[in-house]
Design a binder for this molecule. Structure first.
Ligand code: GLU
Length: 440
């Protein structure tokens, strides 16, 4: 049984980078008919906010990335405490008392001597008396996991065979001085308790994975399959980290990006397969395979989402937007015609009201000086609405006969005068939607 999870920390809004993780895990579970867990990594009571927990769920629901189960780390603290006890009993957990300043000093010394800045394990040599004394002076220490100094190896679902020398990694702090359990151990306990079989996350977690594999083993568990996707960059390959704040999913929604456009792009970006607009998450899942992804940083251009959104809308039937069309005040008998004309001419649904206003109130005519008399004469020949599918051809035929104009010289000034635009939908269709007779 395939079990995956998406594990955001509710310390901010989720963005396109998080989405990649969420989507890949969701698709793997979906394709296998497995379980997708939404895990809220809220062990940090200061930075975790309910507002963000709600927002994460709202954003995922907007995209249709629904979850089978939701879990909160904050309600599993006893499980983490039990795991910590087990590590203590196994001799894999030790208390250390260095202050951040002392650690910093050690690191600087190591770097000066061209040594890797790895924690020197000085705390391992403390006697019980020394520890008591330090505790009396400084309060509780932090708890570090004692890594086995061997190579940690796994076959990564995206990066292939990986091997990390545990001696090049500091023994990770799993419990802070104030007793707060840190993500590294909480995640291990959750992944094993919840039977997670596949973990896909960003490549910034590769070192965590190495240590987590050892922690899992120390707790008597085997590791799930790990895969690390490359990080997103901007279109020029520039780091995206600073701009991720402006690429929150809710901002994209606000900007009119369609869920399937975003998901279609994210499911393929960084893979050997081209981005293709899919109609459903099931379709995305069917074609999804981690094997297609590579380790190179993945270029992301938010602008690419708009043509995809437009294409999605162009193929959308009225039924999918009937409520929004009705809300604009489009009469039911015109809804189909209106949507057929509008959908071919919009980029996002935010453009829709503008089209209805044009048909309802008329446009500000665009008239060149030399066409002014011609347009005035033509408008005089137009009856009042309602107009039919024949109105445009009948009207232009009559105008042609009366003025002698033909071709572009006939049609363009009238199109510009009626719609206020140089180009746009078929004029025969436009006429059927006009609610008022155009005037100058
Ligand atoms: N809360 C962690 C993060 O957002 C989860 C990482 C993981 O998937 O294990 O980075």
């Amino acid at each position: 049984m395939t079990v995956t999870r998406f594990a955001p920390s509710p310390t901010g809004f989720i963005h396109v980078g998080n989405l990649r993780t969420a989507l890949m895990n969701h698709l793997i579970a979906k394709k296998a008919g497995g379980t997708f867990i939404l895990r809220i990594d809220d062990t940090d009571p200061e930075r975790s906010k309910q507002e963000y927990v709600d927002a994460i769920q709202e954003d995922l629901e907007w995209l249709g990335l629904t979850w089978d189960k939701i879990e909160y780390q904050s309600s599993r603290l006893d499980r983490y405490a039990a795991a910590a006890d087990e590590l203590r009993a196994n001799g894999r957990f030790y208390e250390a008392f260095e202050t951040p300043t002392e650690l910093d000093l050690k690191r600087k010394k190591q770097l000066n001597m061209h040594l890797p800045p790895v924690y020197d394990r000085a705390a391992l040599n403390l006697s019980d008396e020394e520890k008591d004394k330090l505790r009396a002076e400084r309060g509780q220490g932090v708890w570090r996991f004692k890594l086995d100094h061997e190579r940690i190896e796994w076959t990564d679902g995206i990066l292939g065979d990986l091997s990390i020398d545990a001696a090049s990694v500091s023994d990770p702090v799993l419990i802070r001085q104030d007793g707060q359990v840190l993500y590294t151990i909480a995640s291990v306990v959750d992944d094993t308790d919840m039977g997670v079989t596949h973990v896909v996350r960003g490549s910034d977690h590769v070192t965590n994975t190495a240590t987590q594999i050892q922690i899992m083993a120390a707790l008597g568990h085997s590791a799930p399959s790990f895969a690390h996707h490359s990080l997103l960059t901007g279109p020029q390959g520039e780091a995206l980290s600073k701009r991720l704040g402006t690429l929150a999913l809710r901002d994209l929604r606000e900007a009119g990006v369609q869920p399937m456009a975003l998901l279609s792009q994210m499911a393929r970006l960084g893979s050997s397969q081209p981005v293709e607009l899919c109609e459903s998450i099931d379709e995305l899942a069917a074609g999804f395979d981690l094997d297609h992804f590579g380790s190179a940083p993945t270029k992301f251009d938010v602008e690419d989402l708009y043509p995809l959104t437009a294409r999605y809308l162009h193929g959308l039937p009225l039924a999918a937007v009937a409520d929004q069309v009705a809300e604009l005040g489009v009469p039911a008998d015109l809804a189909e015609g209106f949507w057929n004309v509008a959908r071919a001419n919009i980029t996002t649904l935010k453009d829709l009201p503008g089209w209805w206003e044009l048909f309802r109130d008329g446009a500000t005519p665009l008239v060149d000086d030399e066409d002014r008399d011609f347009v005035a004469q033509a408008f005089d020949m137009l009856p009042d609405p309602p107009y039919s599918a024949e109105t445009w051809s009948e009207w232009t035929k009559a105008v042609k006969e009366a003025t002698g104009r033909k071709g572009k010289g006939l049609f363009m000034p009238l199109r510009k005068a009626v719609t206020g635009l140089q180009r746009g939908p078929e004029m025969a269709d436009v006429m059927t939607l006009l609610q008022k007779k155009p005037t100058l």
